[in-house]
Design a protein. Structure first.
Length: 360
């Protein structure tokens, strides 16, 4: 019996020894799940810490260290965009995918919305060393706020172009504009301003006779006789038949005590007496001052033929003929004076006396 007991004990010992060396599956499975849970918890904690640190860093200073290429995306039109931070993407050395370091914060509470995949991606970017992060923060602190590059938001509104084209006035428009300004200057009166404007008008239209006459008159009032003469002579050089400029220049010569020069100027051109009776009246007047009765007779002869109903011209012709002893011509001219109703009775009495005396 003792031998059998020993054999049974030996068998039990071997069985127990074999069962001790066998692999026990259930306890091993519980150990693996425990380690996976602990690892996942650690990863979640690390991801939360990284997200909290990044959110705090991005709210303190915008990231301007790397090239910014971001377009803010508004998920809902009802929520106003408070801030849009640049998106910088780094390459994941394990998966080769692009990882967002920071995303634009959209909403009112500045909260960062991330899913589980984003947390895992952020956790993988924790491979950056603490020294590099500290260096980047120091460099960000040194960047002035004015130099921080903000993301450019492109608008689809059409570009509005404003083109200012200078208005080119025609010659006539410039003349009218200058004439209006000249009238305003003369009304003030501001003769110096008017003179400058008249010069501009003459430069635009050199043959503007009235502008030359007015400018010469203003020069004459200021005692600038030479300037006035140059203005008038310049006009006559352009238009030799300008009667008004010629008459004004002759008057300036008489004013300077040179009546003979005035007669030369007037005799250079003989206009129509019908249209320019004042021209021949001036010529007769200056010639009479000079005692040149032949020119006086000639001038009044032209005038009496041009305007036979004007008794003044017949009176001038009668006096000139009477002085030259052309009595028949004088009596005929005096007779026209008597027939004129334009003259005063005293003038008509004088004409009757001369006719009576010359007929003796």
């Amino acid at each position: 019996m003792s031998v059998i007991n020993k054999m049974l004990q030996d068998l039990d010992y071997r069985q127990n020894q074999g069962s001790t060396n066998a692999v026990y599956t259930p306890p091993a499975k519980r150990n693996v799940l425990l380690w996976l849970a602990i690892s996942l918890l650690l990863m979640v904690l690390i991801a939360y810490a990284v997200i909290t640190w990044l959110n705090h860093s991005s709210s303190a200073k915008p990231v301007a260290q790397k090239t910014v290429q971001a377009t803010p995306v508004i998920d809902s039109p009802e929520l106003p965009v408070k801030s849009a931070e640049p998106v910088v993407r780094n390459s994941n050395p394990r998966t080769g995918q692009s990882l967002p370091v920071s995303q634009p914060s959209v909403g009112i509470d500045d909260s960062v919305v991330m899913d589980d995949s984003s947390e895992a991606s952020v956790a993988s970017s924790d491979s950056e060393s603490a020294t590099q992060r500290q260096s980047r923060r120091i460099e960000q602190d040194d960047i002035p706020q004015d130099d921080i590059v903000q993301p450019a938001v492109e608008k689809s509104t059409p570009a509005a172009s404003l083109t200012i084209k200078p208005v080119v006035l025609t010659k006539q428009q410039r003349i009218e504009q200058l004439q209006s300004r000249i009238q305003a200057a003369l009304a003030e009166p501001d003769n110096n301003r008017a003179i400058e404007l008249l010069k501009q008008l003459i430069s635009v239209d050199p043959e503007h006779s009235k502008a030359r006459q007015k400018l010469a008159n203003l020069f004459n009032q200021q005692g600038k006789i030479i300037d006035a003469q140059q203005v008038l002579e310049g006009g006559l050089a352009l238009d030799n038949q300008d009667v008004a400029l010629r008459m004004m220049l002759a008057r300036l010569e008489v004013q300077q005590g040179r009546p003979e020069q005035a007669l030369l100027i007037l005799n250079e051109y003989q206009p129509s007496a019908v249209q320019h009776s004042d021209f021949y009246a001036l010529l007769a007047n200056i010639a009479d001052q000079q005692g040149d009765q032949l020119q006086v007779l000639k001038a009044y002869s032209i005038l009496s033929r041009a305007e036979p109903h004007n008794g003044k011209w017949w009176l001038g012709l009668a006096v000139a003929a009477d002085r030259l002893a052309q009595y028949e011509l004088a009596i005929d001219a005096y007779q026209h004076v008597l027939n004129s109703a334009q003259l005063q009775p005293s003038v008509q009495d004088f004409a009757q006396q001369r006719i009576t005396l010359l007929r003796r």
